[in-house]
Design a protein around this ligand. Structure first.
Ligand code: PEP
Ligand code: MG
Length: 585
């Protein structure tokens, strides 16, 4: 039966593929694909685990004291019977052979299939046999874990899923939640789309999905419980819908849309070398947001004229507290600078905290395990200034990378001029240290991210401290409206069109321009065509976004007349419903 699940559309397009459920069973096991050549060995691992468990159960049987309750022995009989039942073993082997799942994943996938069948049974006695099955699977998993520990294996993270997969059907990832850093590991991996139960439109998981340019739906609440392993799924990234086991007609309709989207992309791609100039001759700078050095070639290929936001913190995540040293950072930054081939690169200093904690925690775990609100805590520049040794290493790495091309340094979550002065002092000290060590380095321009209302409201006090500013609208919206950007339960209140948000954005752009300081928008608003005209009307001439969005925004720029747009601005900003006013004016 086909069903539809609705969530939030976060990354556009259509993906069609088989569902791969991660960590959906109550037993947390490693999920990874085994290489084709290793499939027989994986089946053999499973057989060995079965033999081990059979021996354990037989041993328990024979050691059973004579006065033990007869039910106990009967229970072991049931477990042994299940263990030798090919109806259990055969499909598990099939998951391994056909889908290349590791043995643990195959076991938990089949447990899930059978558990649902048990749940649907009328007979209470049979329904209760589910517990036996779960116990048996746990025994098997623990036998596999013991063996894996002995063999030194330990693929336990979703990241391991990014390994090559030799299967034929495209795959769609379904999970309750995915941490941004884990999702990043899926870049250039086998998944053609993904669905999560939790998350908001500008959560970092959604942002990484957009940067991967794969259709995605987040905040789909029950998705990971409703969808079963291997179901066929259509992800409609425009509508925020997931269609489970679509009918042939629906599937054909979506395949048609997929082809249309491809044609449209190819058409837009032809604009990549066209300069972004409006109809009335205003030049507009379209820059790229990147998360990893490996993203730089895509940025260049998209026609971006530089990197407007390099989220350096992704280098710091998922390392169990082992932070990257100066040299490692320098190599990463230099790789980006060199890949951009003379174009400017804006490196944002680490923005650790909120939904990007150093430890591997998903947003849901953060919510449940940390009662405090991490978005208001020791995040971004606050954390950097609290860890001066770490911060100096990063600054030295950035200054050294600047010897290879044009580099700008951007400070996240600035709230007070003092933070910028402290950063400048730290940059000075780092420069002296590099001089003393005889290391090549170069000056960098310093910029502030304006993403806290306090900074937007007191911009004139900040401007003398910086060479440029960049509006982080994702956080500016979160902090202005008091809406956690990662929380799907309040996502309908996360409103970029709120008059308070638009007023702050317009005022920041105007104040920076009148002070002669370059201003950019690097939040998701910059890559959303719905805002291109409005931001141009506000006087913005520099936009930074995911490489995949550049062509579409350029098309809007090429068709815009900034003078005519500007004439519509003040009435729209003053209206109680700016979205309605702007779109109907
Ligand atoms: C923003 O807040 O708009 C921004 C660009 O930074 P991030 O999304 O990484 O917080
Ligand atoms: Mg931000």
């Amino acid at each position: 039966m086909s069903i539809q699940i609705f969530g939030l559309p976060v990354s556009r397009g259509v993906a069609i593929g088989r569902a791969v459920l991660v960590a959906s069973s109550r037993i947390d096991v490693a999920h990874y694909f085994v290489e084709a050549a290793a499939v027989p060995a994986e089946v053999e691992r499973l057989r060995r685990a079965r033999d081990t468990v059979a021996a354990e159960l037989e041993q328990l049987q024979s050691a059973m004291p004579a006065d033990a309750p007869p039910e106990l022995s009967a229970l072991l009989d049931v477990h042994l019977m299940l263990l030798h039942d090919d109806a259990l073993a055969q499909p598990i082997r099939q998951w391994i052979r056909e889908r290349h799942y590791n043995a643990e994943w195959a076991l938990s996938a089949q447990l899930e299939v059978l558990a649902r069948q048990f749940d649907e049974m009328e007979d209470e006695y049979l329904r209760e046999r589910k517990a036996d099955l779960e116990q048996l699977v746990e025994r098997l998993l623990s036998a596999l874990a013991r063996e894996a520990r002995g063999a030194g294996q330990g693929a336990g993270t979703p990241a391991a899923l990014a390994r090559d997969f030799g299967g034929e059907d495209p795959l769609v990832l379904v999970s309750s939640d995915i941490a941004p850093a884990d999702l990043l590991q899926f870049k250039r991996s086998v998944f053609t789309g993904f669905v999560t139960d939790v998350g908001g439109r500008t959560s970092h998981t959604a942002i990484v999905a957009r940067s991967m340019d794969i259709p995605a739906v987040v905040g789909a609440r029950a998705a990971s419980r409703v969808i079963r392993q291997d179901d066929w799924l259509v992800i409609d990234g425009d509508a925020g819908a997931v269609i489970v086991n679509p009918s042939p007609i629906v599937l054909e309709e979506y395949r048609f849309r997929q082809r249309q989207i491809e044609l449209e992309r190819a058409r837009l791609h032809r604009l990549r070398h066209t300069p972004a100039v409006t109809l009335d001759g205003e030049a507009v700078e379209l820059l790229a947001n990147i998360e990893l050095p490996a993203d730089a070639p895509a940025a260049l290929a998209s026609g971006a004229v530089g990197v407007g936001l390099y989220r350096s913190e992704f280098l710091f995540l998922n390392r169990d507290g082992d932070l990257p040293g100066e040299d490692e950072q320098y190599e990463a930054y230099r790789a980006v600078v060199e890949a951009m081939d003379g174009l400017p690169v804006t490196i944002r200093t680490v923005d650790i905290g909120a939904d990007k904690p150093l430890e591997r925690l998903s947003a849901q775990e953060l919510r449940h395990e940390h009662g405090l609100n991490p978005a208001l805590g020791l995040r971004a520049i606050r954390w950097s200034l609290a860890e001066p040794a770490m911060f100096r290493q990063q600054v030295r790495a950035i200054l050294r990378a600047a010897a290879h091309g044009k580099v700008r340094m951007l400070v996240p979550m600035v709230m007070h001029p003092r933070e910028l002065r402290q950063t400048r002092e730290l940059v000075e000290r780092a420069r002296q240290q590099l001089d003393e060590a005889g290391r090549a380095h170069h000056r960098v321009e310093l910029g502030a991210m304006i993403e806290v209302p306090a900074a937007a409201l007191t911009l004139p006090a900040l401007l003398p401290e910086v060479d440029f500013v960049s509006l982080g609208t994702n956080d500016l919206i979160q902090y202005t409206l008091a809406i956690d950007r990662a929380d799907e339960r309040v996502s309908d209140l996360y409103d970029p069109w709120h008059p308070a948000v638009l007023r702050l954005v317009a005022d920041v752009i105007a104040a920076a321009r009148s002070a002669g300081k370059p201003v950019c928008v690097c939040g998701e608003m910059a890559g959303d065509p719905a805002f291109t005209g409005l931001l141009l009307a506000m006087g913005l001439r520099s936009f930074s976004m995911h490489p995949a969005q550049i062509a579409a925004i350029k098309q809007h720029v090429l068709r815009a007349d900034t003078a005519r747009l500007a004439a519509r601005l003040s009435a729209s900003l003053a209206a109680p419903d700016p979205l309605h006013a702007w779109t109907t004016a």
